[in-house]
Ligand binder design. Sequence first.
Ligand SMILES: [Zn+2]
Ligand SMILES: [Zn+2]
Length: 298
Amino acid sequence: MKLPDPVSYAIPAFVLLIILEMWLTRRRGVGRYDWRDAGASLTLGLGSTIAGALTGAAVVAMAVWFYQFRLFDIPFAWWAFLLAFVLDDLAYYAFHRSAHRVRWFWASHVIHHSSQHYNLTTALRQTWTGFLSLGFLFRLPLFLIGFPPAMIFFVAGLNLVYQFWIHTEQVGRLPRWFEAVMNTPSHHRVHHAVNPRYLDRNYAGVFIIWDKMFGTFQPEEDSDRPRYGIVHALPTLNPLWAAVHEWVAIARDAVRSRSPSELLGRLFGPPGWQPGGAGETSETIRARWQATNPKQEA
Ligand SMILES: [Zn+2]
Ligand SMILES: [Zn+2]
């Protein structure tokens, strides 16, 4: 079955929403747009599309290969699409959590967090090196269950389209039932923030319920406004550097490693890990913050 690519169909809506957001940002004085930052985001989005096109065939081939060992024959029925959408979102949660907790995956995901701004153009910052970091592995179980590859690629596209509109400061809080179930601008602002309270929280794609189920949920606090970006901000807006800088750092650290366990830690430990607990990870940053703010609860 041939299904359309939801992302291509959504591009005109992306453009219109970016224009609307720019206008609102000016009018209301809420949020920020920086031309150079937005330009870098657009370039990164374009690069990601090219990288995806180059490696897409290999990913499809792998999906089809796994699909031949499927447990069930799932038909192209409405309920199957629904189930695929929900389970694919769970797979996304697992992928995204690993993308923040394992340096090898983080090296490709960091690009999405490299802006210190938070607007709809930030959503376009997508990885160039997803294939290298093996992010597609997280969706393979879905093909083994028996979801047809075309169905999974379709719902994965819808998932990505959903995640576009939540990258904005123009939307405050939505009705309580919606905030309870769905990923929203408020929840995702937390995900993009470097405030110690917010580090490594809210990994959800579409449904915030995964974070609540697996203990990674943090609501946005009005008293702690998100500061966006990564713990060590990049010194340049150069898109090529944003795309590869963590891989370069990994290579440097790998060469420096003095033992196999150190090498493993530097490749697959959490970002910031260093031997002997000397590194600065999300945990150490949060612990230090809690120690100096005893009244705060993380
Ligand atoms: Zn992320
Ligand atoms: Zn995001």
